[in-house]
Design a protein around this ligand. Structure first.
Ligand SMILES: C[S@@+](CC[C@H](N)C(=O)[O-])C[C@H]1O[C@@H](n2cnc3c(N)ncnc32)[C@H](O)[C@@H]1O
Length: 314
């Protein structure tokens, strides 16, 4: 069945891969604000973890990311060349080695992954690295240290990951989804009026990661090209915190419908270090849910990954 928007989600589908800027806590807000008839393709040029895609569940999609590891993994699950059973067997075996050898085994897997790009090793690293971040050095090598929990892959945790994979595999079944490794510009080529483009680019000037390089020129070009699209589109971007206002939004994305969502994140464990962040969703006029139709505002979410915003604060 084709999914149309808006959608109110009873339960958010959580993807098996984690990355910076993941929209798990914002996906309800995003999907409840966009109107799309679902006749064309859901186009996501900056796929990341895929949490938005997996919750929209469109019949047809074109998704892309410059990070080949994410796309290859999802492509394999889509094609059925990587099964949840295989992931379970792999994680149980590697988890046992991690438990007996400790961090030396984590670094062995990291080295192996940086030579072969094995998708199973990618899952292992993504789910046992420090703070669950995804970071690659200037040579494109995964370089996040170990989370320091040798018992990371206990049976319950392995089952959780395997269930997340089974769930997205079920969602993908019977769908016409195209996965591409590459630059966002590739997705803008053959867009039609019935499509909808959801944009979630990296933060400007962050440069902390090989696959997250995003200059002011890139941001300006994206804003210009998006506003020329023949179809509906929406953009997610941070708007402000108590230290900074994102001037790029007002400067380059003017004239769109703005919806905002404020959430909190903790720096350290003390309540006094709670910071507020306002996220914007900018929507092409005509594709927004009228304000009167929006139900009660959702509760502010609690952010536990201050790292997500560390570059904004500095
Ligand atoms: C903010 S994240 C997207 C997060 C995603 N919406 C989620 O909820 O998980 C930005 C993504 O854009 C990708 N990316 C960076 N530069 C890109 C480019 N030039 N073309 C396509 N993807 C790019 C990064 O690899 C990253 O996965």
């Amino acid at each position: 069945m084709t999914q149309t928007l808006p959608r109110s989600l009873r339960k958010v589908i959580v993807p098996p891969v984690k990355c910076q800027g993941i929209k798990t806590r914002l996906v309800r807000f995003i999907l409840s604000n966009i109107v799309w008839e679902g006749k064309g393709r859901w186009i996501e040029p900056f796929l990341g973890s895929g949490v938005v895609l997996f919750n929209v569940q469109p019949q047809r999609a074109l998704v892309c990311d410059i990070n080949p590891h994410i796309i290859r993994l999802y492509q394999m699950i889509y094609e059925g060349s990587l099964s949840p059973q295989e992931v379970r067997a792999y994680l149980m075996a590697e988890g046992k080695k991690l438990l007996s050898k400790g961090e030396a085994h984590y670094y062995l897997v990291r080295e192996r992954f940086n030579k072969t790009g094995d998708p199973l090793d990618f899952i292992f690293l993504n789910r046992s690295c420090f703070n669950g971040v995804m970071r690659f050095n200037s040579k494109g090598e995964f370089n996040v240290p170990f989370c320091r929990k040798p018992d990371r892959f206990r049976q319950a945790y392995v089952s959780k990951i395997v269930n997340q994979i089974s769930q997205i595999q079920q969602i993908m079944q019977g769908k016409e989804w195209e996965f591409r490794v590459g630059d966002w510009r590739e997705c803008f080529r053959d867009v039609t009026e019935a499509d909808f483009v959801y944009l979630d680019p990296p933060y400007i000037g962050r440069h902390a990661d090989y696959y997250q390089q995003w200059s002011e020129q890139d941001a300006i070009e994206l804003a210009k090209r998006a506003q020329e699209l023949p179809c509906g589109f929406a953009l997610s971007m941070w708007k402000e915190n108590k230290y900074r206002l994102n001037e790029h939004l007002a400067h380059d994305w003017d004239g769109l419908i703005e919806r905002t969502f404020t959430h909190f994140y903790h720096v350290g464990s003390r309540e006094s270090f709670r910071n507020e962040m306002t996220e914007a969703l900018l929507i092409k006029p005509g594709y927004e849910v009228p304000l009167v139709e929006l139900k009660r505002p959702q509760k502010p979410a609690q952010m536990q990954l201050p790292l997500l915003f560390s570059s904004i604060e500095s």
